[in-house]
Design a protein around this ligand. Sequence first.
Ligand code: SF4
Length: 323
Amino acid sequence: KHLCKDFIAGKDGLLSAKRTIRAVDDVSFDIMRGETLGLVGESGCGKTTTGRLLLRLLDVTSGSVKFNGADILALSPPEMRAMRRDMQIIFQDPFGALNPRMTAGELIVEPLVIHGISDAVERERTLRRLLNLVGLSAFHAGRYPHEFSGGQRQRICIARALALEPAFIVCDEAVSALDVSVQAQILNLLQDLKHELGLTYLFISHDLGVVRHISERVAVMYLGQIVELGLRRSIFDTPAHPYTQALLQSVPSSAKGRKSFFTIKGDVPSAANPPSGCRFHTRCPIAIPRCSSEPPRLREIAPGQSVSCHLAGTEPTLDTASV
Ligand code: SF4
């Protein structure tokens, strides 16, 4: 609730040149047990930072994070270490995330070793089960990361994340580095594991197609804030925020027979100096004078759909022909 994260950016170590960048600004949402919440937005909008704040991989500037009712920001280091068994992360780069000097088997059971869980015999049994779960076999256990394809490496990362039997996994651009055909395999694997093991995901991606495929609800971020949050069908069928509408219209679609791509005008402003009022007003095609001075707040406009826009629910949707 009300999560904020500031980074201090400096130039050449000069104190006078240092400035505070608010990467995440007053972000609040819930994730229900067993659901997948998609978190989508352009690069640099704060979605990865948000995911890491939930796991306390970054210090929170202000706000709170509750997991199963426990305030994780109040936990001592040993308590947080124990809590980490329930909360795991899968990163974008499956090669960079794996120690090249360790075999797949060693990598997968390493979390059990770190947490001092089970003996060697039990770990061997767990390793076989995890390899099987992610579509690999004992044959792969003795091989090193460079001997695997990108998709296989991501399967190792997933097996490693599952080793501690977590309840919640942050998938941070988990398929973005993979070829499209391999993306589909990994997405299907994540779906199957979710149903089989009762997992809950925060699925972070800049790819709307991927988010649509895997999420039950979707949060859209822009410049450190959530601008729209709702059920998948609300976000994709009746988007209410001009930024969500523009994002969807930017997706290439042969079905719509368009010959040119719609683009959102202007560049994303700097998080170090965000626009006043509504942060999207410098790019919004339907902005009104109020938008540049008064920040909109996230409000529910329909069951299961909340939007941060002064005009949401009162105006017609974005007409791209006028942009
Ligand atoms: Fe556009 Fe104003 Fe709505 Fe912001 S509040 S999205 S600028 S109409």
